[in-house]
Design a protein around this ligand. Structure first.
Ligand code: ADP
Ligand code: MG
Length: 640
């Protein structure tokens, strides 16, 4: 086969256009990207060779080399890794393969919008550093790139050449051994990348953590070959010998991320089970956090050999925001990737890692609440999935979950909540909704406010699921504030049983006085409500809707309906405020009239619709609502 010409995928062309013309100030990161690819290629071969030793052809000393040709103004990055077959080239170096680059493109579109508006500076440039653009970043410094590559096990080699202008060609080539050369024809103004000190410095800064030697070939006559990096996998080194920057660069490499790690956990465990973990919690939300597959993101190594970055059994899904590596000494090297998932040692590592991560989070939560808040705001909603998925660690999770509440703006723990419970209160009240500020204004909370009873504001969809399955915290049950039977009568008083009974009697007396209105409302609304009752929880509003005890929570019903998992509304209970002037007046009319009364009927429907509106729902029958409203207004106005 001879020379073929291809055009880049449209997104790549767009990307190249930006990369080639960018004024990004850290252009040297192209070297980090090429070295990272070379290192990945060596990792891949090392793994393949476990089951197919012939692939290495006797050469298992993996190495990355940098070669400078000052005359030709080229810098070449070579490796003896797995290489690429001709058939793979147009896919790997012609499309956008990885999600990080895709994320870059998405952000780019957003930044372009902003740029149009702002007109000051180009926010697109920073994105290159934030996301890294992989192989294509080399076009920041080159006006032509040649790749010569030969796949391990193949005889033939291929070349890939492009000037980054929309096209690339693939052709036959020769290469003595397996591996890849990436030859950069540097732009005129980028000569600095031909100089030893500069290259040395870049490798130290960005790639020192790479586990295989990065060797600089002699540039001048008397030079000798020099290894530029420490050349041992970062996690195998002593903690005290690793700088924060080195950890950070390793995180960038291992996680394909470009933010700063919020937390770094580096531990070497020796005993029945021996392994090393180097794990990170990011500070920014990764792009794939809400993918439906909920995949975890920790790479598995066995005795320094990379095995897989798709290891289900290593961490539970609700810890999928954790990135990094685990290197086991116990797992057998010669089994397939699939078999690892079922190895009992892996289950033990998972258990230990989960415990360690939750322990570290607890430490932060208690000792550095401000820092913990920044974590919680980004990953709290994912962590809460564990409350119903990981029964074994439920108690630990309950200690580190944080909430907004009606009391103040700061996040609180369940322990805080229980400590501030009112005398006589024996359950943890919560309300669910979409938005904390808005939910806090729900009429159902009026009575709680009046009695100074704190209510947790749960505003993540996942809350609906754990809160109903959780049981209790420190023997206190969770109870929805929007549910019937939220018994507030005894709360805030001494809470002994006599007082409880007195308070109940008071409320019952009050309720009895509005009996006539309750009966007429029930008659008017019929099947649309489950019941009409006098409320203990209202102080300012005339009415509100609540779910009956044992029924699904109002917000959950709405959520399920939105997701088409529920067709029908569950009828709710309309609660009325016996102390409200409007209710008193209506009750007066109801107790005097015999049989149906249109004023009462209109009022029943108008108040029912009002209660729905406050819940953020639609009025069911807008024309009837409008007609009733007009009629009531008419009655209220002096006759013209
Ligand atoms: P990523 O490394 O995130 O996949 P890149 O743009 O850096 O994205 O690289 C694209 C793909 O090109 C890699 O996934 C790999 O398949 C291939 N590739 C790049 N460099 C090499 C190399 N030195 N050896 C083998 N394959 C490579
Ligand atoms: Mg890469």
């Amino acid at each position: 086969m001879t020379k073929e010409t291809f055009t880049f995928q449209a997104e790549v062309s767009k990307l190249l256009d930006i990369v080639a013309h960018s004024l990004y100030s850290h252009k040297e990161i192209f070297l980090r990207e090429l070295i990272s690819n070379a290192s990945d290629a060596c990792d891949k071969l090392r793994y393949e060779a476990l089951t197919n030793a012939g692939l290495t052809d006797g050469d298992s000393d993996y190495q990355i080399s940098l070669t400078v040709d000052a005359k030709a103004k080229t810098l070449t990055v070579s490796d003896n890794g797995i290489g690429m077959a001709r058939g793979e080239l147009s896919e790997t170096l012609g499309t956008i393969a990885r999600s990080g680059t895709q994320a870059f493109m998405d952000q780019l579109a957003a930044a372009n919008e902003k740029k149009k508006k702002a007109k000051n500076g180009d926010s697109r440039v920073d994105l290159i550093g934030q996301f890294g653009v992989g192989f294509y970043s080399a076009f920041m410094v080159s006006d032509r790139i040649e790749v010569i590559t030969r796949k391990a096990g193949d005889e033939a080699a291929s070349s890939w050449v492009s000037e980054g202008d929309g096209e690339f060609t693939i052709d036959e080539a020769t290469r003595e051994t397996r591996g890849t050369d990436v030859i950069l024809h540097l732009k005129k103004q980028e000569k600095e990348f031909l100089e030893e000190p500069r290259l040395q410095n870049i490798v130290k800064t960005y790639s020192d953590h790479i586990g295989i030697p990065i060797v600089l070939m002699p540039i001048k006559k008397d030079d000798v070959e020099r290894t530029l990096n420490t050349a041992s996998a970062l996690w195998t080194r002593e903690k005290k010998d690793i700088t924060p920057d080195q950890y950070k660069e390793f995180y960038h490499h291992a996680a394909h991320a470009f933010d700063d790690p919020w937390l770094t956990m580096h531990n070497r465990i020796e005993g029945v089970l021996s392994y090393t973990n180097l794990l990170f919690i990011p500070s920014a939300q990764p792009m794939d956090l809400f993918n439906p597959d909920r995949k975890t993101n920790v790479k598995l190594y066995v005795k320094r050999v990379f095995i897989t970055d798709d290891c289900e059994g290593l961490l539970p899904s609700y810890l999928r925001f954790v990135k990094g590596i685990v290197d086991s000494e116990d797992l057998p090297l010669n089994i397939s990737r699939e078999m690892f998932q079922h190895n009992p040692a892996l289950a033990k590592i998972k258990k230990a890692l989960t415990k360690r991560i939750l322990g570290e989070l607890k430490k932060k939560a208690e000792k550095a609440p401000e820092e913990y808040k920044t974590f919680w705001d980004v990953f709290g909603l994912v962590l809460k999935e564990g409350l119903y998925e990981d029964y074994e660690n439920q108690e630990k999770l309950l200690e580190i979950v944080r909430f907004k509440s009606t009391r103040n703006d700061a996040l609180i723990s369940l322990k805080d909540y229980v400590e501030r419970m009112q005398p006589g209160q024996d359950v943890i009240y919560y309300i669910t909704g979409e938005d904390a500020a808005q939910t806090a204004l729900s009429p159902q909370l009026e009575g709680f406010k009046a009695k100074d009873v704190e209510v947790l504001l749960l505003t993540d969809p996942v809350d609906e699921f754990w809160v109903t399955s959780i049981g209790a915290f420190e023997e206190k049950q969770f109870k929805s504030a929007t549910r019937g039977g939220a018994d507030l009568s005894s709360v805030g008083k001494d809470g002994d049983d006599n007082n409880k009974d007195d308070a109940k009697k008071d409320d019952e007396k009050k309720a009895a006085t509005v009996d006539p209105l309750l009966a007429s409302f029930k008659l008017a609304l019929g099947e649309r409500v489950k019941d009409v009752r006098a409320s203990e929880r209202l102080t300012d509003s005339p009415v509100c809707l609540v779910a009956d005890e044992g029924d699904m929570d109002i917000h959950l019903v709405r959520l399920l309906k939105q997701h088409k998992q529920l067709q029908q509304d569950t009828p709710r209970v309309l609660e009325i405020n016996a102390d409200h002037a409007l209710i008193k007046a209506l009750n007066g009319i109801a107790s005097k009239s015999e049989g149906p009364n249109t004023t009462i009927e209109d009022a029943a429907w108008l108040l029912f619709d009002q209660a729905r509106i406050v819940e953020g729902e639609k009025v069911e029958d807008p024309s009837a609502f409008v007609r009733r409203m007009a009629s009531v207004m008419e009655k209220g106005l002096p006759v013209a």
